[in-house]
Design a protein around this ligand. Sequence first.
Ligand code: NAI
Length: 781
Amino acid sequence: MEIRSAAVIGAGVMGSGIAAHIANAGIPVFLLDIVPQDVKDGRGNDRSVVARTAIEKMLKTDPAPFMHKKNARLVTPGNIDDDLEKLATVDWIVEAVVENPAVKSDLYARLDKVRKPGSIVSSNTSTIPLKNLIEGQSDRFAQDFLITHFFNPPRYMRLLEVVSGPATRAEAVTSLSTFADKRLGKGVVQCKDRPGFIANRIGTYWIQAAINEAMDLGLTVEEADAVVGRPMGIPKTGVFGLVDLVGLDLMPYVSRSLLKTLPPGDPYRDIYREPELFTRMIAEGYTGRKGKGGFYRMNKSGGARVKEAVDLQTGQYRPAGKPSLDSVAAAKGGLRKLVEHPDKGGTYARRVLVGLLSYAAGLVPEIADDITGVDQAMRLGYNWKFGPFELIDQLGADWLADALRAEGKAVPALLETASGKTFYRTENGKLQFLTTEGGYADLVRPEGVLLLSDIKRAGKPIARNASASLWDIGDGVACLEFTGKMNALDSDVMALIRKAAGMIGDGKGDWKALVVHNEGDNFSVGVNLGLALFAVNIALWPQVEQTVQEGQETYKALKYAPFPVVAAPSGMALGGGCEILLHCAAVQAHAETYMGLVEVGVGVIPGWGGCKEMLTRATLNKKRPGGPMPPIAQTFETISLAKVAKSADEARDLMFLRPTDGITMNRDRLLADAKAKALALAADYKPPEPVKLRLPGPTARAALDLAVEGFQLQGKATPHDVTVSSALASVLSGGDTDITVELDEDELLELERTAFMRLVRNSNTVARIEHMLTTGKPLRN
Ligand code: NAI
């Protein structure tokens, strides 16, 4: 069954976020909650006020639950007293009401009377076993019922844990899992009906162990987070930062509900503690970021904002420090270097990891059939770079077993099985994992999933240099990958693009198309600013100009290549990273792509054809009002305000993406979709016709300058903003041209280049670049 409509019951934190994300998939969804008592008592007449307010609130939430504000229209608010019958039409009902078995059970009985046969009902419960949830419900209900456990916030967290019961129809599990994978973009992990499923079972143990050991060893919260964060491939919030994020008050609630259902001998029972300090903090409202502060808080002191941290011994706030532990520095050499380091950071890391990893090893096959689901759940549910079994491989299964034996602790059976082996290995270019029987099995990717990391594992690149690689992704398609630090763009990237173009030739031979893609957190945040600053500081002007010209020519060559170039970005695509997308024949963007031309933030304007391409798009847009000024004004606004689209859908509004560009919800499906698009285009590919623009020249520029002066008078533009905007205005208005003259692309590029070179010599621009490099934030000078 294909899911075409849905309903979510419970418009709290999770329910409303899930409804928004279902709407992000383009699916209409009802959002129902209770009729509040005061409305029932006659105070207020909006019986659906809870759901309606939740939708309104989401439109103001940042980061936004909706990928586009228009998606809110797909969510219809209602209440369970008046609107339950409407659910007779929907294919999938998600229950996300309070975590109370009686409330859920009562609701299920009511739902069962109205829902259509074969519709799927799922619960978002985080702690109640499925077998308890279906107790007393009809057989029919049990067949259509499963647990779909989303993570908060539902749009951004990629994990979806799916739990089915012995009675659940296989078809219901498949339909829902496929929908969640392809339409919601989730990484679906099938879990067993066990307490906390996978991610929270292991995550809760990890949090507890990391807190206990930090307190026992006398580490500060900053030291603890510095050790259990980045060095382990865990987000830099570490453990205390994470608890601040989810809320201190949630911790005892999660722990206690887990304790109710965990099996008797579970090791979590041995480490469970509720420190007196935490109880006090919760009672006083120090519940984390949503409260007065948590383990960290921002405090005002003498007018300045100071980051403070709690002293774990005294409970008092003090200014937060930047920990410097030798073990953390040593971790650059690998995880073993960290855990074997003699300082307290090393001891801490060893104790936490030995506990965590042996706990995880002891849970397979109890909570999952094999290790892959466990690793996947921790990567997607807690944003860990490596799952527990990947971490064990970094330390060595035997190292871990020896560490346990040395402490007189039991070695889990799976760890014994892994003795002398690794949990993952590459065999004939294929990734394999260790099964619970001790053999290896191929890790099979679902149909439609193509990962560059798999291709990289299986062979060598066709070409590579310091900043980019070129891979054969099959069927005559090559893939260009940025590999520099933060995927920054430089001359090496340009050189490899030209090399790829040379190799593919006319696209009629062995090679048919090029895809530009990588698996970094961000596609590319643009040019290597460090290199740029270096060149500017020693006044290497000819080199700077050459870099600009080289980028312009390379991107233009991509645009007019005789073969299709399809870009497949995910994450940030800013500055030069955005400009390359603007030059591709097509873009297949991950839904979570954030595009923008942000050059003005460092005091320059887009110089690799960004101004030209955006202006061309705005001019050719048939929907715009007539006359030469509207496209110029629109492009000017987008670039001078450094607008960044906060989703691929928003990028369409800003014209960074064209209506013909595609959007893929699941990141794992992005490369396959881009490749399919490239092959479809290659069938009878013709490069675009060159464009010529008629621009009004100085009159238009004067109008834009006037507007900017107005902003300056209102205090919205700084003096250097005015300089940069004025340079942008001169480019977009066509320089010293007039409307009777046609400007070709090379002339537009020359205008960009000239303006860029003038700005880059300005000391205020240099100050902006320096500031960006040191603080990561734009300077408002
Ligand atoms: P919440 O307290 O924010 O929202 C619960 C909503 O359910 C409230 O708006 C309440 O008015 C409504 N409600 C109560 N009884 C109802 C009924 N009979 N019919 C319709 N609506 C009713 O709770 P939250 O955090 O959204 O949790 C919902 C479910 O999701 C729970 O089962 C929870 O365990 C689970 N969950 C929560 C996560 C989180 O991070 N908050 C993460 C994953 C799962």
